[in-house]
Design a protein around this ligand. Structure first.
Ligand code: PGA
Length: 256
């Protein structure tokens, strides 16, 4: 299997941005721009914007995702949202284990694994984020860090579920910093992720998984990043909040 048969997925990660009217306005702006794009277009938005976003994109080719999900079905977990609650709204994707959650909210590989299993069980498509810290790259342990995260985050998840899972490689030092990994650096780690999947599962499974790059991807650098064999898409933060820039990235993926 080659890149050409994997699903290219461009997903916006809005983080903690946009009120409901702002969310509606941004999606109305993006909708016509990406209407004919032959790639999967996703907007992952704050919980409070999910209903608005789903209503605004109804009948369009934009899919809506959440930015986190809890692993239990229900119960005494104040402030948390379950996978079933997201599915009930019409949410299709969910970002899991973003480095901001790992850094600021004590997310661990164990909870990432539990959340991923819960998402898959409910029929959501998880976007599982992995990535090394700058310090880890400087110590030349990027490979170990990424392989460890992949093994732990996907622990006990069968091949047919992994095929429904998107992996986002997001070097932590590149997120929101304006520092992008070079296309070669992104390709190297995305290829490593695929090789790790091939070892854990098999080559066919590894070839079927969409692997995104994320970290300061923008209208200027997206074409080179997305042209790489193992970079199947992008998880876009800052640039996903500007309709024209997000569309440029979507169109680059069409050509990627
Ligand atoms: P950025 O964020 O594009 O603003 O660097 C990417 C992400 O955190 O998913």
């Amino acid at each position: 299997m080659k890149k050409s048969v994997r699903k290219a997925i461009i997903a916006g990660n809005w983080k903690m941005n946009k009120t409901r009217p702002e969310a509606k306005a941004l999606l109305e702006e993006i909708k016509p721009l990406v209407a004919n794009a032959d790639v999967e277009v996703v907007a992952c938005v704050p919980f409070t914007n999910l209903e608005t976003a789903i209503a605004a994109t109804e009948g369009s080719n934009i899919k809506i995702g959440a930015e986190n999900v809890h692993f239990e079905k229900s119960g005494a977990y104040t402030g948390e949202i379950s996978a079933d609650m997201l599915v009930e709204l019409g949410v299709e994707y969910v970002v899991i284990g973003h480095s901001e959650r790992r850094q600021y909210f004590a997310e661990t590989d164990e909870t990432v694994n539990k959340r991923t299993k819960a998402a898959l069980a409910a029929g959501l498509k998880p976007i599982v984020c992995v990535g090394e810290l700058l310090w880890e790259r400087e110590c030349s342990i990027t490979e170990e860090v990424i392989a460890r995260q992949i093994k732990l985050d996907l622990y006990d998840i069968p091949a047919e579920d992994v095929k429904k899972t998107v992996i986002a490689y997001e070097p932590v030092w590149a997120i929101g910093t304006g520092k992008t990994a070079t296309a070669d650096q992104a390709e190297e780690v995305c290829a490593l992720i695929r090789a790790t999947l091939a070892k854990l599962y098999d080559e066919e499974t590894a070839q079927a998984v969409t692997i995104q790059y994320g970290g300061s991807m923008n209208a200027g650098n997206c074409a080179e990043l997305l042209s790489k064999e193992n970079v199947d898409g992008g998880l876009i933060g800052g640039a996903s909040l500007k309709a024209a820039d997000f569309n440029t990235i979507v169109q680059a993926a069409v050509n990627g």
